[in-house]
Design a protein around this ligand. Structure first.
Ligand SMILES: Nc1ncnc2c1ncn2[C@@H]1O[C@H](COP(=O)(O)OP(=O)(O)OP(=O)(O)O)[C@@H](O)[C@H]1O
Ligand SMILES: [Mg+2]
Length: 154
């Protein structure tokens, strides 16, 4: 058997984080760390995907990858969690607040205009006001209870 020569045209740019087939929550956290290396201040990331598909787990990795030592939990009572002082990462979860008017009155656009990285779970309600260039991530359940598929869509 001879190794096949690699075709230059097929070379994948490995500096762009494109996704992962995760086999565990730890894998998903690591993926969040890897992804965080591609972020710049002010980036907005929309994390779409069904309940339990790993969005918050991934965000735990992003926050630790950005050097912030904080417990990341689902914002059950708070709609927004800020990490860092001043905030370097803002975690917004729209699951429990589906009124765009309410988000606007809370000043969510100030976060998008600011220097913090904004991570938005259940972003559909904010779709009309997400800035151009928002990074779109898609989470889905895999073939068994520990598998998750995470894809960057743009
Ligand atoms: N490969 C995996 N990646 C991520 N989480 C996993 C994986 N395997 C099992 N899990 C478990 O699935 C759950 C995922 O929960 P998580 O809160 O991250 O999901 P979520 O997408 O934020 O859900 P929600 O929409 O309810 O906010 C956790 O309990 C986690 O331990
Ligand atoms: Mg969550």
């Amino acid at each position: 058997m001879f190794p096949l020569p690699r075709c230059g045209l097929e070379k994948v740019d490995e500096s762009v984080w494109s996704g992962i087939d995760s086999a565990s929550a730890a894998d998903t956290r690591r993926a969040g760390v890897d992804f965080s290396a591609s972020l710049s201040p002010g980036d907005v990331v929309a994390l779409q995907g069904e309940l339990g598909s790993g969005k918050t787990t991934f965000i735990q990795g992003v926050v630790s990858g950005l050097g912030l030592d904080s417990d990341v939990t689902s914002p059950t009572f708070a709609l927004v969690h800020e990490y860092g002082q001043p905030a370097e990462v803002v975690h917004i979860d729209c699951y429990r607040e589906t009124s765009l008017e309410r988000w606007l009155s809370l000043g969510v656009t100030d976060y998008f205009d600011g220097a913090a990285v904004c991570l938005v779970e259940w972003p559909e309600v904010l779709a009309p006001i997400l800035p151009p260039g928002t990074i779109q991530l898609r989470f889905s359940l895999g073939s068994d209870q520990h598998r998750r598929l995470i894809r960057r869509e743009n």
